[in-house]
Write a new protein. Structure first.
Length: 142
């Protein structure tokens, strides 16, 4: 039984997100706990210069509805929150997609760090691009 934590925006929730959360929950074990820190709208803008299609509250509610998730918390700060969360929640494993490989190795002092492979052929970036193209097409028709 372990406590696992992961972080993300979880905008335009898709199969890749569900797979990441399923694999994260597997790392926790049968009676383990999965904590998901969902990026706030303010964090997304301040640190990533992006706006989500869905509000933080909607994204939080979507993630809470996933059976693998035991607790959803806000990710509101970039530099120090992860270390504080690992300590506060007695986290055994920090996990995130492998496109972040190496970025969170500083947490190895506090817990195990595992970078999970991304699900192929799906991403929020692809979905945002497709939505943008659809919106452009719709506006040209009007």
């Amino acid at each position: 039984m372990k406590t696992v934590i992961t972080y993300g925006t979880f905008d335009l929730l898709h199969y890749g997100h569900i797979e990441l959360l399923r694999r994260a929950k597997e790392l926790a074990g049968k009676d383990g706990k999965l904590i998901v820190a969902v990026s706030t709208d303010e964090l997304n803008w301040k640190y990533k210069q992006k706006r989500s299609h869905q509000s933080y509250e909607d994204r939080k509610q979507n993630v809470e509805a996933i059976r693998y998730v035991d607790l959803v918390i806000p990710e509101a700060e970039w530099e120090t929150q992860k270390r504080k969360d690992v300590q506060k929640y007695n986290v055994d494993i920090f996990t995130i997609g492998d496109d972040w490989t190496g970025a969170f190795d500083f947490l190895k002092e506090y817990c195990e760090v595992i970078y999970l492979p991304r699900t192929k052929s799906i991403s929020s970036t692809l979905l945002r691009k497709a939505l943008s193209e659809l919106e452009q097409l719709e506006s040209s028709i009007d």
